[in-house]
Ligand binder design. Structure first.
Ligand code: GAR
Length: 210
């Protein structure tokens, strides 16, 4: 049984999609903890409602990022995690934290990377006039939103879209690719060479693109 720790800052819908896939598909894994840096994160109540153990490492007023990340890492390590998932975790991680969990630290980002790293991805996609937008699951490296890509989902940008409409369409795609990529990691099917990710024994349609 593999241990998964999920880090959230807000609503937690990606955490929920992974927890539900884990339970309904009987993954050989369990969510050992959902940890939020914000005590008021709505995702904490959602996790409790699913019966998941929740913890808070409050980041309010913690200006020393190294010290905060060291405390967070100790909290995560207590669960001997095989995977640490960033699911709407909105803090930039220190290199020491990324190093500690290298190879088992995943993020979901709401754009087709390398387009639109950072924040406000939907607003920037609309401003750029792109016709295709989407989401990316990647391994986390020290450079922001730049690690090896496991999976991407593309969605159309429709005439008349505003940020809310576009983000809702992307979020639905996120809920499809994040559990899929996590399952690949659980099953140890992911081979990383430099920036390239290869899936072992891919089945029909398992291209990493939805
Ligand atoms: C998601 O859209 C996720 O891709 C994004 O925050 C949202 C969290 O939603 N993450 C980032 O922007 C990371 N830089 P959720 O809390 O409902 O999963």
């Amino acid at each position: 049984m593999k241990n998964i720790v999920v880090l959230i800052s807000g609503r937690g819908s990606n955490m929920i999609s992974i927890a539900q896939a884990c339970l309904s598909q009987c993954w050989p894994a369990r969510i050992a903890a959902v940890i939020s840096n914000r005590p008021q994160a709505a995702g904490l109540a959602a996790a409790r409602a699913l019966g998941l153990p929740v913890e808070v490492e409050d980041s309010a007023g913690r200006t020393d990022r190294e010290a905060y990340d060291a405390d967070l890492a100790r909290r995560i390590d207590a669960h001997s995690p095989d995977l640490v998932l960033l699911a709407g975790y909105m803090r930039i991680l220190t290199p020491a934290f990324v190093d500690r969990f290298a190879g088992r630290l995943l993020n979901i980002h709401p754009s087709l990377l390398p387009s639109f790293p950072g924040l406000d991805t939907h607003r920037r996609a609309l401003e750029a006039g792109v016709k295709v937008h989407g989401a990316t699951v990647h391994l986390v490296t020290a450079e922001l939103d730049s690690g090896p890509i496991l999976a991407q989902a593309a969605v159309p940008v429709m005439p008349g879209d505003d940020e809310d409409a576009l983000s809702a369409r992307v979020l639905e795609a996120e809920h499809a690719i994040y559990p899929m990529a996590v399952r690949w990691m659980i099953d140890e099917r992911v081979e990383v060479r430099g920036r390239t990710v290869r899936l072992r024994d891919p089945g029909p349609g398992e291209t990493g693109l939805l």
